[in-house]
Design a protein around this ligand. Structure first.
Ligand code: MLT
Ligand code: ZN
Length: 455
């Protein structure tokens, strides 16, 4: 297999690769080699070879995922398939508002390509300068634009996917309506490279919304943050682009980078909501934000608010939110729980999960924040010890509460290698069984990212 790869790709095969470690530093392994195809045809030949020889393939994008979906399984000898050289913009249609790009462009590069053509691509999250679009499709990435534009899944018009046996499933036409049977692309979005490898995608673009207004609002509790969300929805409707909640301990951790809530214009030590409004009309976001926050202060929902007055204010406010995960890393890493419940159940869920976690570890620190306009809380914990038994008990306590409130134990980060056991435990057994059947239909030799999603 390695010799055949050398013949196919020449110098674009690295036979002495370094260890690959996931973004959170939880798993490390050295693959047999890393290959760098430049075309869909090369990708197809690699998968056909791997399938004949039954060699596991691990697709790798920007390696920013949080569940170790793109690192080699510690037990398996495998070939890592880097998508980074698939870099073409295949087609852009300014009337159809769509762009067809290859998997290796970063999310930020796709957004820049759209912007250069006078359009807007709305996927955004902390790692979007490094994350590749192919990986974002494989993980159905979420982030802070979901409230208005949906998850990655909702931004995909069509895919080009290389199947385990090397066949290519092509669907890049950019159709906005196609009701001809099963919508097969949906199977591959969020499948984390276990059912096929996405080589290119046609994405939806939108008219730009050049006028933006960001603000921070101080709230006394999560209940008030949720009430503010309802008020914002009622008051500004579709103008609401982002609604992010940060508990005081989370913003305190973000401070390490030299930015405090104080520098972003608020008191240290309060829970904050970051709101962003966007519109095509000049002044509209600023006027509506002012009205919304004045009403919220008058009604006692918000105790203080600061409306960004410059681009620098806007950047400070966003970085306060986006640097929380880096702050957690500096504290030695958090025990992450990327969970969701119905927005109406958020406050009760957080109360119940916090009590359950404190019953396990009375000194645990809660570092809670998230995309609460999507019902998605990052219920991250800094336990009082590094005991793995304690970590397991804490996660069980949190997932128990998630299950009690009918929520999801992985709202946007996926499953990877990290949550396979949690999936078997908490997902509907009928769904898990169907997932297994699909996996064996599409990848009968189990060469595609084995050990990920379903063990
Ligand atoms: C975020 O929204 O910042 C990340 O998804 C949260 C995390 O890294 O736990
Ligand atoms: Zn998130």
């Amino acid at each position: 297999m390695l010799e055949e790869l050398r013949q196919l790709l020449g110098r674009r095969c690295d036979f002495e690769p370094a260890e690959i470690t996931d973004e959170r530093g939880l798993f490390s392994a050295r693959p047999l080699c890393v290959v760098y195809p430049e075309t869909t045809d090369e990708l197809s030949q690699i998968l056909a070879l791997a399938n004949q020889r039954q060699v596991p393939i691990v697709p790798l994008g920007g390696n920013t995922g949080l569940c170790a979906g793109a690192v080699p399984h510690p037990e398996g000898k495998c070939v890592v398939l880097s998508l980074s050289k698939l870099q073409q913009v295949r087609h852009c249609d300014e009337i159809n508002y769509s762009i067809a790009v290859e998997a290796g462009l970063t999310v930020a590069e796709v957004a820049a390509e759209a912007e250069a053509r006078g359009m807007y691509f709305p996927l955004r999250f902390g790692a979007d300068a490094t994350a590749q679009i192919g990986g974002s499709i494989a993980t159905n990435a979420g982030g802070s634009g979901v409230l208005r534009y949906g998850n990655t899944r909702e931004l995909v018009l069509g895919l080009e996917v290389v199947l385990a046996d090397g066949r290519v499933l092509s669907g890049l036409e950019g159709l906005r309506k196609d009701n001809t049977g099963y919508d097969l692309k949906q199977l591959f979005i969020g499948s984390e490279g276990t059912l096929g490898v996405c080589s290119a995608v046609t994405l939806k673009l939108f008219p730009p919304l050049p006028h933006r207004q960001v603000a921070l609002a101080e709230v006394a509790s999560l209940t008030q943050a949720v009430e503010l969300f309802k008020a914002a929805r009622d008051e500004v409707g579709e103008l609401l682009l982002a609604f992010e909640w940060m508990s005081a301990p989370a913003t305190a951790i973000s401070v390490g980078k030299g930015l405090s809530p104080n520098q972003a214009g608020m008191d240290n030590g309060s829970d904050l909501v970051l709101l962003e409004l966007a519109s095509a009309l000049p002044d509209e976001p600023a006027l509506r934000m002012e009205k919304l926050l004045t009403q919220a202060i008058d009604s006692g929902l918000v105790s203080d608010a600061k409306i960004a007055a410059s681009q620098s204010d806007t950047e400070k406010m966003w970085s306060l939110r986006e640097l929380i995960p880096q702050g957690e890393k500096r504290q030695g890493g958090s025990l992450k729980h990327d969970v969701s419940v119905a927005i109406s159940a958020l406050a009760e869920f957080v109360e119940s999960a916090s009590q359950a976690a404190k019953a396990v570890d009375p000194d645990v620190k809660l570092c809670l924040y998230g995309h609460i306009g999507d019902g998605n809380i990052h219920f991250n914990l800094l336990p009082s010890s590094s005991s793995s038994a304690q970590a397991t008990a804490l996660s069980e306590a949190v997932y128990g509460a998630v299950s009690q409130y009918g929520g999801s134990f992985s709202a946007e980060h996926g499953i990877g290698m990290l949550h396979t056991a949690t999936l078997s435990r908490y997902k509907d057994p009928v769904a898990v069984n169907l997932m297994r059947q699909l996996k064996s239909l599409l990848d009968p030799n189990n060469i595609l990212n084995p050990g990920k999603v379903i063990a």
